[in-house]
Design a binder for this molecule. Structure first.
Ligand code: ADP
Ligand code: MG
Length: 270
């Protein structure tokens, strides 16, 4: 990391301990089925994946291929029906809802396509919320939430409610909320899906900075340009990984809409 990126990203600097290395996420033979009457939907099938600290991974694949299902599992918003999920060496699959809530609050920052802000609360209150759940005292909560909002360039909007902010500003509030707990990993499910391309680019620039500061990031996107900002791209089709390899940033590959890898250096998983 460059010195300038390090000093700019003070929000992340006082994270306890040194920068982590090695696997942050390991899932093995992960499956998620939905039973709907007599029909079973296999949303994820036998997914095995390891993501190391400070990786920036783009998840791609057609609609219905299981991307959000995976993100919800990784984000401890849902539990798998088969397989194992290890997060920083803790076996998350099989935890109770209460344990999952605790892991989610400590380890995960989630950014949703639809922002998911509390409509009647100010930007500041929205960003403070995860710290309230974590039991952080109010003065420190306040200080850290302001710092996170400064970090996303919204210090002058902290007393505004979501309906007084533009889409891009709302998503930046959501990014501030995601990073205020200094999470191990930030998960973003189509974070620019509701934004125009220019506003989306601003949000993605923020992710680039977070990555430069040492943040581990997983971003779901349909947009090849956005995926190219990540170093690694994992492609899903029918609930399975069909390609996993370096992006254009590292190699120069294109992936077709069908989710099939189009060029050689990608590793095809069967
Ligand atoms: P993506 O995010 O790639 O568009 P999803 O993970 O949302 O795909 O969905 C994967 C599959 O699982 C789809 O066939 C979808 O219809 C199904 N699915 C997702 N959520 C549910 C649910 N709550 N109940 C039943 N089926 C679901
Ligand atoms: Mg989805």
């Amino acid at each position: 990391m460059s010195q300038s990126a390090a000093s700019h990203l003070h929000v992340l600097d006082d994270r306890d301990g040194a920068r982590e290395t090695g696997p942050v996420i390991h899932v093995a033979h992960l499956g998620r089925e939905y039973v709907l009457g007599d029909e079973t939907v296999y949303a994820l099938r036998d997914v095995t994946l390891t993501i190391d600290a400070n990786e920036y991974v783009a998840i791609m694949g057609p609609s219905g291929s299981g991307k959000s299902t995976l993100m919800n599992l990784l984000g401890c918003l849902d539990s798998p029906t088969s397989g194992e999920y290890w997060l920083r060496g803790q076996l998350v699959s099989g935890m109770t809802d209460k344990e999952l809530a605790r892991v989610r609050n400590r380890e995960i920052g989630f950014v949703f396509q639809t922002f998911n802000l509390l409509a009647r609360s100010t930007a500041l209150r929205n960003v403070e919320l995860p710290l309230m759940y974590a039991g952080v005292p109010s003065a420190e909560r306040h200080r850290r939430a302001i710092e996170a909002l400064e970090h996303v360039g919204l210090a002058d909007r902290m007393h505004h409610r979501p309906n007084e902010l533009s889409g891009g500003q709302r998503q930046r509030v959501a990014v501030a909320r995601a990073l205020v707990n200094r999470p191990t990993i930030i998960l973003a499910d189509e974070p620019t899906g509701n934004l125009d391309s220019r506003t989306g680019a601003d949000v993605m620039h923020l992710f680039d900075e977070l990555h430069a500061s040492g943040q581990t990031l997983i971003v779901v996107t349909h947009d090849a340009d956005i995926a190219a900002r990540a170093a690694r791209r994992v492609v899903f089709h029918d609930g399975q990984i069909v390609a996993d390899g370096p992006t254009g940033r590292a190699g120069g590959l294109e992936v077709s809409q069908s989710g099939r890898a189009g060029a050689t250096p990608m590793r095809i998983e069967t």
